[in-house]
Write a protein that binds this ligand. Structure first.
Ligand SMILES: Nc1ncnc2c1ncn2[C@@H]1O[C@H](COP(=O)(O)OP(=O)(O)O)[C@@H](O)[C@H]1O
Ligand SMILES: CC(=O)N[C@@H](CCC(=O)OP(=O)(O)O)C(=O)O
Length: 299
């Protein structure tokens, strides 16, 4: 809600400040990854939906890819299934894959569609399975074995990574004024359902669309250094350093890997943002003070 005490002049100034950005971004595609940790209270969800609908209203094509890690974790716990992660990826057996699909494509996906509808927008919720959007392939990972000092192969089960993106369904929805909302589930050439890390899924889609901006909304201010201070700008080499010295761990690893892959594939810039901050995305896009961590090919 706008502060009622804000002077009319200041309100007008904010709108005028947005003008060059509105001109620059009209017709461009923005991929927005909405993480499970960022899905906070109903007010934050309503703010997020308003931001996405506003982008569409000013001629930008937003494409939402969502996560839901914590929500899958809660469901697995209720069902008495244990969660295990390797490098931020959930080890996914056949039962876990089924539950992940239920939570992601069944529940969260439709919730986001409802929020967007409530904000006055039109959205269609799909997963990577629909219209052959994302073809997945099983992920392989190596884990260092501290006892033997060698790499050990870890089987993550039905964890997939996108190997091909068919953008046509996104293009037709966007052309028809509809906001695509995508769950990170894909299908393999082997016919299996694969659970895909939502950051990886969003990055592959951003790359396939040649997006101008790729936003990753999470539950931290951005990438933090060892002292807990916000790092405002990164390039691929700096990301590699942060990973090598252990500054980034857990879910931040696939997040930054995907940002690097996206900018190397031609996305102009990726931004890790605090999705709990009201209208974080609008402030980042339409005002001079940026927020979060910006990842570009060159700093
Ligand atoms: N250097 C770092 N800076 C910020 N967050 C970090 C860092 N290293 C690890 N993290 C963790 O990464 C998390 C974000 O990734 P993740 O949990 O996968 O979020 P999401 O569900 O939004 O994708 C943060 O909440 C934080 O705990
Ligand atoms: C393989 C893998 O780890 N898949 C993720 C998919 C959801 C996700 O990535 O959600 P967030 O963006 O909220 O973390 C998972 O099962 O948690």
């Amino acid at each position: 809600m706008t502060d009622p005490n804000l002077s009319p002049a200041l309100k007008a100034e904010t709108l005028v400040e947005a003008l060059p950005y509105l001109q620059r971004y009209a017709g461009k595609t923005f991929v927005v990854k909405y993480g499970g940790h960022a899905m906070g209270d109903p007010e934050a969800q309503a703010d997020f939906a308003e931001d996405v609908v506003l982008l569409k209203a000013v001629g930008i094509n937003p494409v939402v890819v969502h996560g839901g890690g914590p929500q899958i974790g809660r469901m697995l716990k209720r069902l008495g299934v244990e969660s295990r992660f390797v490098d931020g990826l959930r080890v996914t057996d056949a039962e876990t894959a089924q539950i992940a699909e239920m939570v992601l494509a069944g529940s969260i996906n439709k919730e986001i569609v409802s929020w967007i509808a409530r904000a006055g927008g039109r959205a269609v919720g799909i997963s990577g399975k629909d219209a052959g959007l994302v073809q997945a392939e099983k992920v392989g990972r190596n884990d260092p074995d501290p006892l033997q000092g060698i790499e050990r192969k870890v089987d993550l089960g039905f964890v997939g990574e996108p190997v091909a993106v068919d953008r046509r369904i996104i293009d037709s929805l966007s052309r028809d004024g509809i906001i695509p909302v995508i769950a990170p589930i894909g299908i393999g050439a082997d016919g299996h359902t694969y659970n895909i890390n939502a950051d990886t899924m969003a990055g592959a889609i951003a790359a396939a669309l040649g997006a101008s901006r790729f936003f990753l909304l999470t539950d931290v201010a951005g990438v933090l250094d060892k002292q807990g201070q916000l790092v405002t700008d990164l390039d691929p080499a700096a990301v590699a350093d942060l990973r090598a010295d252990g500054t980034i761990t857990g879910g931040m690893i696939p997040k930054l890997e995907t940002c690097v892959a996206a900018v190397e594939a031609g996305v102009d810039a990726a931004v890790v943002l605090d999705g709990r901050v009201p209208h974080a995305m609008l402030l980042e896009i339409f005002t001079k003070r940026g927020a979060g961590t910006l990842i570009r090919k060159q700093r």
